[in-house]
Design a protein around this ligand. Structure first.
Ligand code: TA6
Length: 246
């Protein structure tokens, strides 16, 4: 919008098949964070199939992508599934809809997350709002649960928190540019806010030492309590990002 990138991609992202892209919106499924599977699951490092694309007269662009179980996924996660991602890009908004279908004969539990990297001009002049009063799990303090006291989350050190069962609207305000993004979600209960700050940036091999200043992850999805899907059942979650200029 107005010639400005709203999503962040690291200049050092590796773009190799076995690694997640450090930026954009990696799709996290079926596990968020560390666990029995590789960290953040396999969907973000899998090759998706492009099912359809369309362009409307008004310029809106849409696409549908799909990922299904394969010998590679069954080797690490023994369930048959189908993921579909609908993408709609409009003049001032991006809408993502993720569907998970259980094609197995047994139920399965899952996390599903849009791990969105948003671009900002200066992280020290950024506010994330809409989460006041919400309980969060602080990954930097042994997963201690705290209540968010502030109307605005601001950044002066590493932040890595899962806000649990949040309201469905969150705002990111970039005070340097006067730009903001409204993040609206449906059926995606939790929000993660992450900035690696100085030391963690140095440890990430696919991320520049200074790049933490120009990004923040505001992620939407199921990150805390796994959703259990019965055989044949479909779950759908949606997130819409709308650009605003103040
Ligand atoms: O969503 C936040 C987080 O889980 C952080 O803990 C973090 O380090 C990050 O995602 C990126 O993880 P990655 O595996 O892509 O390096």
């Amino acid at each position: 919008k107005q010639g400005a990138d709203r999503f962040f991609v690291s200049k050092l992202s590796h773009f190799t098949p076995s690694e997640a892209i450090r930026g954009g919106i990696p799709i996290i499924f079926p596990q968020f964070g560390p666990g029995p599977l590789p960290k953040h699951g396999f969907a973000r490092v899998s090759e998706w199939e492009l099912l359809q694309t369309a362009r409307r007269e008004n310029g809106d662009v849409s696409a549908v992508l799909q990922l299904q179980d394969s010998p590679a996924t069954l080797a690490v996660w023994p369930y048959r599934f189908q993921l579909q991602l609908q993408v709609l890009l409009q003049d001032d908004a991006l809408t993502l809809v993720l569907q998970v279908k259980n094609n197995d004969t047994r139920e399965f539990p899952f996390h599903a997350v849009f791990h969105t990297y948003l671009r900002v001009a200066d992280i020290r002049r950024v506010a994330v709002s809409g989460l006041q009063g919400v309980t969060y799990i602080d990954s930097l303090r042994e997963d201690k649960r705290e209540k968010e006291e502030h109307a605005e989350i601001r950044f002066a050190q590493e932040v890595d928190r899962i806000y649990v069962q949040t309201p469905d609207q969150v705002w990111l305000v970039d005070e340097e540019t006067g730009r903001s993004i409204l993040i609206e979600k449906e059926n995606m209960p939790d929000v993660t806010v992450w900035n690696p700050w100085v030391e963690k940036s140095k440890r990430l091999t696919d991320f520049g030492d200074e790049e933490y200043q120009r990004m923040v992850c505001v992620e939407t999805g199921i990150m805390d309590t796994m959703r259990v899907l019965r055989p044949g059942e479909v779950w759908q979650g949606k997130t819409r990002f709308t650009c605003r200029q103040s």
